[in-house]
Design a protein around this ligand. Structure first.
Ligand SMILES: NC(=O)c1ccc[n+]([C@@H]2O[C@H](COP(=O)([O-])OP(=O)(O)OC[C@H]3O[C@@H](n4cnc5c(N)ncnc54)[C@H](OP(=O)(O)O)[C@@H]3O)[C@@H](O)[C@H]2O)c1
Length: 407
């Protein structure tokens, strides 16, 4: 148990596009100096002051540190119960911060979707974090909270109502509206760059169990969907979902960390619903072509450079109006061993990547800081559901605009 520290949560990266939104959410939800003691941190005092002025509350505490200055990071992590970081690409800026949190028993959450970096954090720090009592929770945004908590939710309800867990869960993105930020594009580029240089990283990225504990990196699930196909259980055409590459690994890690409560034959997959009938099928092929265009082009190639002229730069992202008009809607299908099916719904009231993500991340940090008593008694490199379970579900529904329901 952490001794009481100066702040419950420090938002690290508060000058960036997403960090600013987390601060905005905190100001609205918790105020300053109230139940949740929080501060904004970044590498540039002037920029921090400008953001604070825009937020309109000069009493928000500010802290200056740098990702690559070990001493400043140690000072930072010793002042807070939880570091909530949006400083990415994490593979470039996150190593020293995770190491400092683990060393000082500080809890941590982020928005990393960079599977190869999370694997490194697991290998380097899981055991040390278990010893220091630090809870390191990656993927607390659109990837991978709806997937991880949606699976946790449908399995909890299945067990409660039918006395058994589903043997298979299918997560289907039914509809969503939003956009990308420059920070996310930079992170995706960095994953591709690292994978193009190192075949071991490429192999890990293609392993469906790539984030499982070592020695447990196999199971019944196959590669993520790569084509358009008909899903009999959902009665619709489906196409690949770009976030499946990280979300499915997180859900499988959760299952492994909990010692396989759904059984070793449990299967999980993700896809996007493209629709019914011929139009659904055609929409699937159009979506597939768009995805191929987005992912094509080696980092640094001419195609990649041209593509980036149409994409946002770091610090940029969807407008307030786009975020407020945005939403997401998942259908979750759970199948029991006898073929019976239950269905759940997971929805968000803002655009997935920023409006909703900033609230999910902020509430994950608040949950780590304030709900330790009602959370699982675990530490290590964790996932949202294994670190916070029911306590996080309550916060997501009360304060982050998410809903989880059985249909
Ligand atoms: N998983 C999800 O659902 C999801 C959604 C959104 C974003 N993300 C991820 O979140 C991350 C941030 O995205 P974003 O769009 O907010 O990016 P961004 O606007 O580029 O912000 C990056 C932040 O990192 C800070 N930074 C950079 N180098 C630093 C250093 N050496 N020391 C301290 N701070 C440093 C920047 O500070 P300055 O302002 O001083 O440059 C800025 O505050 C990305 O990795 C992105 O992939 C994930």
């Amino acid at each position: 148990m952490n001794k009481k520290r100066e702040f419950d949560v420090i938002i690290w990266g508060a000058t960036g596009f997403t960090g600013r939104l987390v601060a905005e959410h905190y100001l609205k939800q918790y105020g300053v100096g109230g139940k949740l003691k929080w501060a904004m941190a970044g590498r540039n005092q002037i920029k921090l002051e400008q953001i604070r002025s825009k937020l309109g509350d000069e009493s928000i505490p500010l802290i200056v540190a740098d990702s690559h200055d070990k001493e400043s990071l140690n000072d930072l992590v010793k002042r807070a119960t939880v570091i909530c970081t949006t400083v990415g690409p994490y593979a470039r800026y996150g190593n020293e911060l995770v190491a400092a949190c683990v060393e000082h028993g500080t809890d941590y959450c982020d928005l990393a979707g960079e599977t190869q970096w999370i694997r490194r954090m697991v290998d380097q720090h899981h055991e040390a974090a278990q010893e220091s009592g630090s809870r390191i929770v990656h993927c607390c945004g659109f990837d991978s909270i709806p997937s991880d908590m949606g699976t946790y939710f449908i399995q909890r309800e299945a067990k409660k109502s039918f006395g058994e867990y589903c043997q298979q869960v299918k997560m289907r993105l039914k509809s969503a509206s939003g956009g990308f930020s420059g920070g996310t594009i930079a992170s995706m580029d960095n994953v591709m760059l690292e994978a193009s240089k190192d075949p071991a990283i490429m192999k890990m990225l293609f392993n469906p169990y790539g984030l499982n504990p070592l020695g447990e990196t196999s199971g019944p699930d196959k590669a993520d969907l790569q084509s358009v196909k008909y899903d009999n259980d959902a009665g619709v055409w489906i196409m690949p979902f770009i976030m499946a590459a990280i979300n499915t690994r997180v859900v499988r890690r959760s299952h492994a960390l909990n010692d396989y409560p759904y059984g070793k034959s449990f299967q999980y997959d993700e896809a996007m619903i493209s629709g019914k009938g011929l139009s659904g099928r055609l929409k699937g092929y159009t979506g597939l072509a768009f995805l191929a265009a987005l992912m094509a082009g080696k980092p640094g190639s001419l195609y990649s450079k041209v593509k980036h002229r149409f994409l946002p730069e770091p610090g940029e992202g969807p407008s307030k109006e786009e975020r407020e008009k945005g939403f997401f809607n998942f259908t979750v299908i759970g199948k029991f061993i006898d073929g019976e099916v239950i269905e759940a719904k997971v929805t968000g009231d803002r655009d997935p990547g920023y409006g909703s993500t900033s609230k999910m991340l902020g509430e994950s940090a608040a949950c780590l800081a304030l709900d330790k008593q009602s959370s699982p008694k675990v530490s290590g490199i964790l996932t949202p559901s294994t670190a916070m379970g029911d306590a996080l579900l309550v916060r997501l529904e009360s304060n982050a605009g998410l809903s989880f329901s059985i249909v």
